[in-house]
Design a binder for this molecule. Structure first.
Ligand code: PEP
Ligand code: MN
Length: 340
């Protein structure tokens, strides 16, 4: 259940709600919004009505709402207003801006990441993406430059006012990745790595949570719940396609997930049409469609020379193709009342 406090509730009023929860051995989860403070009460098993009445009678409690969903804190019931996730350079997800993250699949060299950062920044991207720790199907494939890759991303991003988003594959690397990145990506293959989710829930940096390769929407939201309940509210969801039977596309980009998820959660949602399709030809149309469908941002793979990319060359845009997409994106964003 969610205890919604009146607009001018003080810290003392918040404390009185927390004290009741503690006395009843329930877990309380505080969320201070711009207008309202809400407290999620978790672990309620029996006699919900009595408990709800008990909280409702406290001073400065406006009302108490039950949460019918399996995910609680990320549900729209818990927080009707959209969460806005802000990165260090001022880029936001969940506001009126459509924020574009762009860069190579893998960080390969200083020259490659510098050239890409300069190009994507000039076209209007706000966030540099790039993998330093790579989840590869084959153990013989390029596994990423690791710490060296993190340093290169930071240097390239700082040179162009970009923020950095990069994947963390393992709980042992969370501290290093958090030191260099502004946002930590949890990849599709790790969406249900619950210890990793808890670990990124313990830090104070935004998290980009990709949808698992065959995850249902509910499983995806439950994964976000793991991060939020651990204490990190800054989660952005990323639709990146789900596995299907047709090898013509790498995945099937589930565009319907965008408005659906936005109706279920207050968290921002971005779209990754690169992994969602696996084909350069399809990236721009699906990026535009994602924004038309209400996405709060995009994650796009861009490489200065995709033919020699060490991973995901076939789905990477060249810098001119990315510039062309950004031109079109401004017009689509405007048509749906957003800015880029
Ligand atoms: C990536 O963004 O480079 C990546 C590996 O994505 P996913 O986890 O969606 O496959
Ligand atoms: Mn990739």
């Amino acid at each position: 259940m969610i205890v919604v406090l009146k607009p001018h509730a003080t810290d003392a009023h918040i404390e009185s709600v927390l004290a009741v929860a503690t006395a009843l051995k329930l877990k309380a989860h505080l969320s201070k919004g711009v207008e309202r403070t809400v407290i999620g009460i978790l672990g309620v098993s029996a006699d919900k009505e009595t408990l709800m009445a008990q909280f409702a009678q406290l001073e400065h409690v406006e009302h108490v709402v039950p949460i019918s969903r399996s995910y609680k804190l990320v549900s729209k019931e818990a927080r009707p207003e959209s969460t806005i996730v802000r990165l260090a350079n001022g880029a936001t997800f969940g506001g009126s801006e459509v924020t574009v993250c762009a860069g190579p699949c893998s960080v390969e060299s200083r020259e490659q990441v510098m050239e890409t950062a300069a190009g994507v920044a000039a076209s209007g991207a706000r966030v540099l993406r790039g993998g330093a720790f790579k989840p590869r199907t084959s153990p013989y494939a390029f596994q990423g430059l690791k710490l060296e890759g993190l340093k290169l991303l930071r240097e390239a991003a700082d040179a162009h006012g970009l923020a950095v988003v990069t994947e963390v594959l393992d709980v042992r690397d969370v501290a290093d990745v958090a030191q260099y990145a502004d946002m930590l990506q949890i990849g599709a293959r790790n969406m249900q790595n619950f210890t990793l989710l808890q670990e990124v829930g313990n830090i104070h940096k935004p998290v980009l949570l990709k949808r698992g390769i065959s995850a249902t929407i509910e499983e995806w939201l439950m994964a976000a719940e793991y991060i939020v309940v651990a204490g990190n509210h800054e989660v952005v969801l990323c639709e990146r396609g789900i596995r299907s039977y047709d090898p013509m596309t790498r995945n099937v980009l589930d565009l319907s997930a965008i408005p659906l998820v936005k109706s279920l959660t207050h968290l921002p949602v971005v779209v990754d049409p690169s992994h969602g399709t696996g084909a350069r030809l399809l990236v721009a149309p699906m990026a535009l469609a994602g924004v038309a469908a209400g996405a709060d941002g995009l994650l796009i793979e861009v490489h200065p020379n995709p033919a020699v990319a060490l991973s995901d060359g076939p789905q990477s845009l060249t810098l001119p193709l990315f510039a062309d997409l950004m031109q079109k994106l401004g017009r689509v964003a405007e048509a749906v009342g957003r800015t880029v």
